[in-house]
Design a protein around this ligand. Structure first.
Ligand code: PXG
Length: 290
């Protein structure tokens, strides 16, 4: 495997960062999880834009332009001869001293890993997920804004641990007001009547790229798409529910906190959105091999 670090390629053994990197010491850095399908990187521009927005929020200067970054992502896929893969793009604050002042870090590290994708088992998509809400509250907007895709994922990991303890795959996180924010690595949607609803970013959600794509597809199939605060009750009485994320794509939810959603099977509209999403992933994106 060839791993990109600051413009050079390394193999797995030599691709390393300093133990003084503030990404390791403090979770001070940002990342993106991107997928390539059928020889094209899906929604690459959207991921690059979000990366630079996360960097801006952290006053982290990425030592490459967005155009150079785009080329580097595509080149890393090419060098690894991949057509369908998972791409992890990371920018750390870089090596500094023991002490959290980022001003001491002069060399941010840009890392790009492209690897085979580990898919969820097909049965999870066919049957749908049984999930729970968890006690860990989503980070406050004015603490660590969930819109920043930072290397500090402890809030999500704590929620994931609670999902593990409950014996389920995913956790729904609520914000400090008790409204639904998102899952640990996915956004949440419900279908109610002719509406497709998802929490707004102000509820404590990441601006998911899959979320944005699904909102567009929802309009194409004639659903009224709306961002609105949702309570647990709204989830319980939804006709359909599903999660979205780059890794999971769209995954149906059939039970939440013991309440059966709809008829307990993946919903009809959810299936239609899945079908259209797959069509898009197979036919659009930045070509790796020109
Ligand atoms: N919320 C959170 C907290 C996320 O981390 C999403 C929503 C969905 O966003 P996208 O843009 O992917 O639709 C994410 C994304 C991983 C992994 O390796 C995590 C994500 C994406 C890809 C891989 O755990 N999270």
């Amino acid at each position: 495997m060839k791993i990109f670090i600051n413009g050079k390629y390394f193999n797995e053994k030599t691709a390393t960062v300093s133990v003084f990197d503030h990404g390791l010491l403090y979770g001070d850095g940002i990342f993106e999880g991107i997928r390539a399908y059928n020889g094209r990187v899906f929604k690459l521009k959207e991921h690059i834009d979000r990366l630079y927005n996360s960097a801006k929020a952290l006053l982290l200067t990425i030592p490459m332009t967005p155009v150079e970054m785009t080329r580097a992502v595509v080149e890393t896929c090419r060098r690894n001869k991949l057509r369908d893969c998972y791409i992890r793009l990371i920018v750390t604050r870089g090596p500094g001293s023991l002490g959290l002042n980022p001003n001491r870090c002069k060399n941010p590290q840009v890392i790009i890993i492209a690897d085979k994708i580990q898919l969820y088992p097909p049965s999870m998509y066919q049957k749908g997920l049984d999930i729970v809400t968890v006690p860990t509250t989503r980070n406050l907007i004015n603490a660590v804004n969930p819109a920043i895709k930072s290397l500090n994922y402890l809030n999500n990991i704590l929620a994931k641990i609670e999902a593990n303890i409950a014996g389920v795959e995913e956790a729904i996180m609520l914000n400090a007001q008790g409204f639904v924010a998102e899952c640990t690595g996915d956004n949440v949607f419900i279908v109610k009547g002719d509406e497709l609803l998802t929490p707004p970013l102000t509820a404590g959600a990441l601006y998911g790229i899959t979320r944005g794509t699904v909102m567009q597809i929802g309009e194409q199939v004639g659903l009224r798409v709306r961002e609105t605060d949702l309570t647990r009750y709204d989830l319980f009485v939804a006709d359909e529910c599903f999660l979205t994320g780059t890794g999971a794509e769209l995954i149906p939810v059939v039970k939440i906190d013991g309440r059966v959603i709809g008829n307990g099977k993946p919903g009809k509209l959810t299936k239609e959105l899945v079908r259209r999403y797959h069509d898009l992933t197979q036919s659009t994106g930045e070509p790796i091999y020109k």
